[in-house]
Design a binder for this molecule. Sequence first.
Ligand code: HEM
Length: 120
Amino acid sequence: MDFLTSSTHLHITTWFVGIILFLIAAIKPNKGLQMALRLFYILIIITGGALFIEAMDYGQGLNYGIKLLLGILVIGMMEMVLVRKAKDKPTTIFWVLFAVFLFLTLFFGFKLPMGMNFLA
Ligand code: HEM
């Protein structure tokens, strides 16, 4: 499964597309789009999970654990916004949490040793 870990580009592509799909679905709710987004959640977790396993050799278990948790939380907040929007419930707090977790995930992701490291 080398193609999953030879670079971080596949992971970056999946979360980038996921966030774009989420923003479109949040502006203009659409069932098909939401199903496509859920497929991308799975792709984000598979590509991130493969990098996580690869990272066992880096001796930064805690930081990678935090990165994994933050990535899952970003996905969770996207899902909360869309589901609550569909039920006409308030979404503000979940938008705020989405932005905070996304920022922290990007920060940790780019700081960690694989792939791009302009924050290191
Ligand atoms: C929407 C959610 C996510 C975003 C925005 C995100 C963002 C990022 C970014 C910016 C990087 C750095 C890429 C690079 O340095 O080239 C990265 C790497 C990584 N991500 Fe994610 N990620 C998300 C979800 C996940 C999930 C769910 C997991 C685990 C299952 C995960 C695990 C990893 C791992 C292990 C790395 C490698 C870190 C390194 O050493 O550079 N990510 N991610």
